[in-house]
Design a protein around this ligand. Structure first.
Ligand SMILES: [Zn+2]
Length: 90
């Protein structure tokens, strides 16, 4: 009778160990996929196209022009002035 009880306890321990090991493996795989799907912070999404010359400029440290609820980014003061003149004349 005691043998059967010990065997049962051992089976339960082995079952839980196997389950946690499997969960650990799957958990690691999931983490890998999450890091893969999320791109590196602050690359192409932070580049804006200069509407004046078509060049791509980073949002930070570039010349910008607020127009209503839209913001335009420029590579230089010349481009910003040129664009301002263009929308001003039309
Ligand atoms: Zn430009």
């Amino acid at each position: 009778m005691w043998r059967i009880f010990i065997l049962g306890v051992l089976l339960v321990i082995v079952y839980f160990m196997a389950r946690s090991a499997l969960r650990g493996l799957f958990g690691k795989d999931k983490d890998k996929e999450v890091t893969r799907s999320v791109g590196p912070p602050g690359s192409p999404s932070d580049m804006m196209q200069d509407p004046s010359c078509g060049m791509f400029v980073p949002k930070e440290g570039s010349f910008f022009l607020q127009q209503g609820d839209r913001t335009f980014f420029f590579c230089s003061e010349t481009c910003r002035a040129g664009y301002q003149k263009k929308i001003g004349s039309s």
